[in-house]
Design a protein around this ligand. Structure first.
Ligand SMILES: Nc1ncnc2c1ncn2[C@@H]1O[C@H](COP(=O)(O)OP(=O)(O)OP(=O)(O)O)[C@@H](O)[C@H]1O
Length: 365
């Protein structure tokens, strides 16, 4: 008889391992070996990969995890402590097949560490760039997963607020894993309007009500989905300008032209998502995401099969050739082919926050 632990999936084992109360913050470091491979840089830190020798995947190899390392001094200087606190508190309470799992978080005197599922296929941004644009069926496959993840988050009263192709990662099967919940917001339901006011996100993806500081809610995620659909299908977003102010102007006027190759149904859905009046935007009614799922662009899509990861990623272009897809090795250690190279840096030897600030900002997490 296998003992109970043998039946746990690596994900559950990792969560259990890192949340073991006997593994105090200092000894948590001993549970993994940092590979020093940096796979991403953010504004105040880096994302590195680590190996967990005690947990084996289905291929019998040690599991790898991603560790987002953020410098405390930078978090304080850039006034981002609350965003990270928020990211941790949201990720700890959610679980969805298209959102990267947070196994654990801890901090030492210099850094805050978020231990997450390592997503091997790289950014959707890279996939779009490699192919110039994505075929209708491929874009539909990715957009549908984002509809389901937003539906889940909105059901948990969370707005994501940072949908863009750099935060949508692809796993080894080519499915979506959303990362970066720094701007996500849990709505306060005591406030019946359940709106919020902070201007955040990527300029090209900002909804008009956010730019105008009118107060915004879940509909901003549906707007961003419309922008992302356009970017996948065209290779560029609908409102673009080197000058950020001009981007906002273009968003507010709402004028756009679609490339000729866009399918009629795709144009129609993008139009309904990019509706300036947020009360009339598709997804805004009490049916929420269901209205989007029922749109003709999705006709014939098996939502249950997609959720259960039983669909094959559609890779065919209209001319019958195939798009370039992320290179993912089967067994063995990851080879990082899908990630940019970043110069090395040492988070271990940066400045230490003074005691007063440490107490003020990091005592109550
Ligand atoms: N779990 C993960 N697996 C693989 N790569 C990841 C993972 N998490 C993050 N990355 C990579 O690192 C990049 C930066 O991560 P993330 O966006 O979470 O950091 P950030 O500091 O919040 O960045 P930003 O400055 O964009 O807000 C991602 O775009 C992605 O390429």
């Amino acid at each position: 008889m296998p003992d109970a632990d043998d039946e746990l999936k690596p994900v559950q084992l990792l969560v259990q391992l890192f949340n073991d109360p006997s593994a105090k913050p200092s000894s948590t470091h001993d549970l993994f070996t940092m590979t020093h491979k940096c796979i991403g840089v953010g504004t105040f830190g880096r994302v590195r990969v680590a190996e967990v020798p005690t947990v084996k995947g289905e291929d019998g190899q040690s599991v790898h995890i991603a560790i987002k390392i953020m410098k405390k001094t930078e978090l304080v200087r850039l006034k981002q402590v609350d965003h990270v606190k928020n990211e941790v508190s949201i990720l700890r309470h959610i679980s969805h097949p298209f959102i990267a799992t947070l196994y654990h978080f801890f901090m030492d005197e210099r850094n805050v560490y978020l231990l997450q599922e390592f997503v091997q296929g790289g950014q959707l941004y890279r996939l779009i760039g490699q192919n110039a644009r994505l075929p209708n069926n491929t874009a539909r496959f990715y957009a549908a997963q984002l509809v389901m993840s937003m539906q889940y988050l909105h059901g948990e009263h969370i707005i994501y607020r940072d949908m863009n192709p750099e935060n949508v990662l692809l796993d080894e099967q080519g499915y979506v894993k959303l990362v970066d919940f720094g701007y996500a917001k849990r709505l306060n339901l005591d406030d019946m309007t359940a709106k919020t006011w902070t201007l955040c996100g990527t300029p090209e993806y900002l909804a008009p009500e956010m730019i105008q500081s009118k107060g915004h809610s879940k509909e901003v995620d549906w707007w961003a989905l419309g922008i992302l659909m356009h970017e996948m299908l065209a290779g560029y977003p609908p409102y673009y300008d080197p000058n950020q102010f001009q981007i906002y102007q273009k968003i507010l006027t709402g004028k756009r032209e679609y490339p000729q190759h866009f399918e009629q149904q795709a144009k129609e859905l993008i139009g309904k998502l990019l509706t300036v009046d947020r009360t009339r935007r598709i997804g805004a009614s009490k049916n929420g995401a269901e209205d989007i799922k029922k749109h003709k662009w999705y006709r014939g899509l098996n939502w249950a099969a997609l959720y259960n990861r039983q669909m094959v990623v559609p890779v065919e272009k209209p001319d019958g050739s195939h798009i370039v897809t992320p290179k993912v090795e089967g067994a063995g250690p990851p080879d990082f082919a899908n990630f940019e190279s970043y110069p090395n840096s040492a988070e271990e030897s940066g400045p230490i926050l003074d005691a007063e600030k440490e107490h003020l900002y990091f005592d109550h997490w």
